[in-house]
Design a binder for this molecule. Structure first.
Ligand code: FE2
Length: 431
């Protein structure tokens, strides 16, 4: 057989050993005995090869803006939204493009192959929309960027938001967004869900709403989202992002709600790094974790992917495009500590998130796009434990980012070596 790229001695996420042959941008052979001529050979050295990381929830119009025009001092979601409102009129299309491209470079080097980014449409100039449509075009050869028309200030609460959301969709934004818990009333929130789902159904688009990102157990818009999804035949095409109020809801009510979510085939996208930081800010002690009910949703058959949400913006000062960081935080907050649960957390930042985005050709099977990441780890649990070093990112059968192995000391990459003990010996008179 002949290949453009042949990866040898790989360990796949399911633990099997395999070689992976790629030709014409696709995976054409996978198995232990695959061999042949290849334009490029890549020895995986017994390390993990996984399909690329997928970030199903991000805000690329805000990323890397930390400190402009000031810091979020309370650390709350609401101050973040207010701060974002101050930044929006100050930024230019070129500035948003520059920051977003810088972020995409970082993301690719960290093994991310696809990002779903919300873009704020509550701006009569639609600067973020124009910027990210340009970025989507520029990064297409190396990153799948899907855009969500996101009415940050509320599609009913903001007087021009609906009109701007429709303009954004007309310009080519892919997905319909919303934020029902930020509308003026619960009734308006439910009405926004109804109207936005109808727009998606009419246009044949997917839906991804910031839904119930609140500690208020009475924030139940996901119930309406599930209902409208079923009513309009949108099953499998709708995502509820955050869903943090579910953490605080009455258990009896949740036992009914989860079955409605499963029936509607909603995808759930918690954003562990951000919500462990933002939720419970009005609590004294105990402070609620605020992560939605991840294992319960998963066990009911709901597809759950983890998103990163923010990197260095008005809501979150940290982050480095590391989906293993996201997976590890989701693991801790959800207490997903069994071996099977930890392996599932790796799926939450890869295959599950690809399902959220509806990506075609994703995976390591023959016929899939030849996109994957080589990690310096023996398996998926080790990858999460170490936030494993990325050795290579492959896209369309070509290596597009590569780094040398890092030296391990007790398996912790980059750990400083202990100096000779004599360096600490007391100096001077010893008696
Ligand atoms: Fe978000």
């Amino acid at each position: 057989m002949s290949f453009d790229l042949l990866v040898t001695n790989a360990v796949l996420p399911d633990g099997t050993n395999a070689n992976i042959g790629c030709a014409g941008g696709k995976i054409t052979a996978v198995g232990r005995d695959i061999s042949g001529e290849a334009g490029v050979m890549l020895d995986a050295g017994g390390q993990l090869v996984a399909p690329p990381f997928v970030d199903p929830h991000f805000h690329m119009d805000a990323t890397l803006s930390l400190g402009r025009p000031r810091m979020n001092t309370s650390g709350t979601l609401l101050e973040g939204i207010a701060l974002w409102g101050e930044l929006k009129p100050l930024q230019t299309v070129d500035e948003i493009i520059e920051r977003a491209l810088r972020y995409c470079d970082l993301a690719v080097s960290m093994g991310i192959g696809a990002i779903r980014s919300h873009v704020d449409v509550c701006d009569d100039e639609l600067k973020g929309v124009d910027a990210l449509l340009e970025v989507r075009k520029q990064v297409a050869p190396y990153l799948d960027l899907q855009l969500v028309a996101f009415p940050q200030d509320g599609v009913l609460r903001d007087p021009t938001a609906m009109q701007n959301l429709l303009r954004a969709l007309d310009r080519g934004v892919d997905v319909v967004g919303g934020i029902p818990h930020f509308e003026r009333t619960m009734t308006d929130g439910a009405e926004s869900v109804r109207q936005l789902c109808e727009i998606a159904a009419e246009r044949g688009l997917r839906v991804d709403m910031h839904c119930d990102e609140s500690d208020d157990p009475h924030s139940r818009h996901v119930e309406t989202l599930a209902y409208e999804t079923t009513r309009l035949g949108l099953q499998g095409r709708v995502t509820g992002s955050h869903l943090t109020s579910m953490h605080s809801m009455d258990n009896y009510y949740v036992s009914k709600l989860i079955s409605l979510i499963a029936e509607a085939e909603l995808h759930a996208v918690p954003n562990p790094l951000i919500n462990i930081m933002l939720q419970g800010r009005h609590d004294t002690y105990p402070k609620r974790r605020g992560q939605t009910r991840v294992p319960e949703l998963r066990d009911a058959g709901v597809n759950v992917g983890f998103g990163s949400d923010c990197v260095m913006d008005p809501w979150y000062s940290l982050g480095r495009a590391d989906m293993l960081d996201v997976g590890a935080m989701g693991l801790h907050v959800g207490q997903l500590s069994s071996r099977a649960d930890m392996r599932w957390c790796f799926e939450a930042v890869t295959v599950n998130s690809a399902k959220v985005m509806g990506l075609d050709g994703y995976g390591l099977d023959v016929g899939c796009d030849a996109n994957f990441v080589l990690l310096q780890a023996d398996d998926t649990i080790e990858a999460l434990r170490l936030r494993a070093h990325r050795l290579a990112t492959v896209r369309g059968g070509k290596v597009i980012a590569q780094a040398p192995r890092v030296e391990h000391v007790l398996d912790l990459p980059n750990r400083p070596k202990m100096l000779d003990a004599s360096a600490y010996a007391p100096k001077g008179n010893s008696g």
